[in-house]
Design a protein around this ligand. Structure first.
Ligand code: SF4
Length: 194
C-alpha cells in the first residue's frame, strides 16, 4: 500500500495564490485606457528586475532559500538571476565584505548599466554586523550608494522578499529622468563615480 503523500498541508483554492500586477493610475472608458509613459515603464521595470547576487557568506544561504520553491522570488518577476553585471539591474550584496573586497563590489556596480539599484542584505552588508574589526568594511555604502537595507543576522527569506518589494516601490515610482538629475549625479560624484 503506497504511503499517502500530501503536498499542500493547508488546502486552498489555486486562484488565491495568483495575483496580477496592479494597473497603473490613468483614465479609462469603454475601449480605451490612457496613462503616462513613465508609469508604464515603471510597471514593466518593477516586475522584471534581474538580480545579481553578490553573496560572500551565510546571508547567501538565505537567498538560496528565497529563490527556492517555498518562497519563490519568481512570483515577483525576479527569478532571472544573472552573474554578468551588464545584464542585471539589482545588485544584492549578501554577506561579510572584507575591505579587500570593497573595490570588487564597486567594480561590479560600475559594470552595471543604468538604471541600477543596490540592496544591502543583512547586518554585515549594511553595517559590518558583528565584525567590528580592522579587516571588515563597515557597510557597503562606504563604496557604493545603497537603495534598500535589509536588517537581520541572517534576515529570513521573508525579509529579503520584503526588501525586493521595497526596491519595486522605488523602481515603479522612479522618474525616468531621475538618473540624469543633479541630486543623483551629486550622489554618484560623492562616491567618485562619474
Ligand atoms: S549578517 Fe549574519 S548571517 Fe549575514 S553574513 Fe553577516 S554574520 Fe552571516
Amino acid at each position: 500500500m503506497p504511503r499517502p503523500v500530501s503536498y499542500n498541508l493547508i488546502k486552498k483554492p489555486l486562484e488565491a495564490d495568483i495575483s496580477i500586477a496592479d494597473m497603473p493610475g490613468g483614465h479609462h472608458g469603454e475601449g480605451f485606457f490612457a496613462t503616462s509613459l513613465d508609469k508604464v515603464i515603471g510597471l514593466a521595470r518593477k516586475n522584471s528586475i534581474w538580480p545579481l547576487p553578490f553573496a560572500t557568506s551565510c546571508c547567501g544561504i538565505e537567498f538560496m532559500a528565497t529563490m527556492g520553491s517555498h518562497y519563490d522570488l519568481a512570483r515577483f518577476g525576479s527569478e532571472r538571476v544573472g552573474f554578468s553585471p551588464r545584464q542585471c539591474d539589482l545588485l544584492m550584496v549578501m554577506g561579510t565584505i572584507a575591505k579587500k573586497m570593497g573595490p570588487v563590489v564597486k567594480q561590479v556596480y560600475l559594470q552595471m548599466a543604468e538604471p541600477r539599484w543596490v540592496m544591502a542584505v543583512g547586518a554585515c552588508a549594511s553595517s559590518g554586523g558583528i565584525f567590528d574589526t580592522y579587516s571588515v568594511l563597515q557597510g557597503i555604502d562606504q563604496v557604493v550608494p545603497v537603495d534598500v537595507y535589509v536588517p537581520g543576522c541572517p534576515p529570513r527569506p521573508e525579509a529579503i522578499i520584503d526588501g525586493v518589494l521595497r526596491i519595486q516601490d522605488l523602481v515603479g515610482k522612479e522618474s525616468l529622468r531621475r538618473r540624469n538629475g543633479e541630486k543623483y549625479k551629486a550622489l554618484l560624484e560623492s562616491y567618485g563615480i562619474q
